[in-house]
Design a protein around this ligand. Structure first.
Ligand SMILES: NC(=O)c1ccc[n+]([C@@H]2O[C@H](COP(=O)([O-])OP(=O)(O)OC[C@H]3O[C@@H](n4cnc5c(N)ncnc54)[C@H](OP(=O)(O)O)[C@@H]3O)[C@@H](O)[C@H]2O)c1
Length: 334
């Protein structure tokens, strides 16, 4: 039997799972990303419907995804508030693990504008605010969102603060995002790094060399933007890009503009052919490729409508043969 066609007959409540790094929690190989549901701000995705967003989070739980990734920066607190609202609606049902971040802040004088701040006192304030917005007693995974080159805070001081928050019971595990190997090593020297969150998709493979380093450190990897923020869903063409809301960040991103757009849409066309021949969808193929990278624990997939989750929730059960992986990589080019 073609291994690419060997799919679980019912993947609805059985998303495969793995341990996040050496000491982290057991996570399903797909988690829900909630950047897009944050609503308007500097990097917003256009208008959002909070009712649909809550339903989306609940659908992720129904489909068996056991973790959510959010951040205070997404909509200046709004994404965390919507996640908190969805968690309350779960009632007595087991809640998913909640992963959030610190290090990106805003003030009322500059509405919607987010800047870096990883000073220890700022991290502590952010942590309290996130706990409140999410309505939880403890954050499951607390991550540094991105390095802070603005305040001059050494990353060791910021990381030591996250370690203290673990000791104090405010958070359970701690991780990093958007760091290079040098910053990762500097943090490891202070305290074990439970996870790294890099960008990784067929259209952005720059973080691949970091994966071996993470394995050496026992650090789990959760890949962000695995669908290239929508490009790898197969739902994008030039008209769709042109009709994005004026305040959707993708409108001003080089990734969604020429000359990159033509090359990327050609990659998606080639993937569509491969996916079709195997009975998969383009997002399933794109996510299965990310999950096949050695060292990747899980992929954080964004959605803002419940039906979108149905389009890719089965991807974690897809196993791709070596031949198909080579074909996919050839299609994605260098
Ligand atoms: N640490 C960081 O700096 C960082 C940076 C980026 C992302 N992240 C995390 O990673 C998560 C995922 O990344 P991402 O949001 O950039 O995007 P992604 O997962 O690569 O793509 C998600 C987008 O694809 C579209 N989509 C999803 N399912 C679809 C389906 N079945 N059919 C058609 N379209 C579909 C939706 O966009 P439309 O609604 O427009 O169709 C959705 O918002 C984020 O939510 C966030 O949690 C972290």
């Amino acid at each position: 039997m073609n291994p690419d066609k060997a799919r679980s007959p019912d993947v609805r409540h059985r998303i495969p799972s793995t341990r996040l790094g050496r000491e982290g929690p057991e996570i399903t190989r797909l988690g829900l990303g909630t950047w897009a549901i944050g609503g308007p701000y500097e990097y917003g995705w256009g208008p959002v419907d909070d009712t649909a967003s809550v339903r989306t989070v609940l659908r992720a739980v129904d489909r068996g995804l056991n973790w959510l990734d959010t951040a205070p920066a997404y909509g200046c607190g709004h994404s965390e508030e919507v996640v908190g609202k969805a968690l309350r609606q779960l009632g007595t049902r087991e809640r998913p693990l909640v992963f959030t971040k610190c290090g990106r802040v805003w003030d009322t004088a500059h509405p919607g504008k987010v800047v870096s701040d990883l000073r220890p006192e700022s991290i502590r304030q952010e942590c309290e605010a996130s706990l409140k917005r999410l309505g939880v007693d403890r954050i499951d995974l607390y991550q540094i969102h991105r390095p802070d080159t603005r305040t001059g805070t050494p990353i060791e001081d910021s990381w030591a603060t996250l370690a203290e928050l673990v000791d104090e019971g405010k958070v359970r595990w701690i991780g990093l995002s958007n760091v290079d190997g040098e910053l990762l090593d500097r943090c490891v020297a202070v305290r074990h790094v439970d996870s790294l969150q890099p960008s990784l998709s067929l259209l952005d493979r720059r973080s691949l060399p970091l994966l071996d380093r993470c394995r050496d450190h026992g650090t789990g990897v959760i890949a962000y933007s695995p669908l290239a923020s929508g490009l790898l869903t197969g739902a994008f063409d030039r008209e769709r890009v042109a009709s994005l809301a004026p305040d959707d960040w993708r409108r001003k991103s080089a990734k969604f503009a020429e000359p990159e757009l033509t090359r990327k849409l050609a990659v998606v066309d080639a993937l569509r052919t491969i996916a079709g021949s195997l009975g998969h969808t383009v997002p399933e193929l794109a996510l299965a490729w990310v999950l096949s990278r050695p060292g990747v624990s899980g992929a954080i997939v964004g959605a803002r409508l419940p039906g979108q989750i149905d389009g890719w929730a089965g991807a974690a059960a897809v196993t791709l043969s070596d031949g198909t992986l080579r074909e996919i990589e050839a299609a994605a080019g260098s």
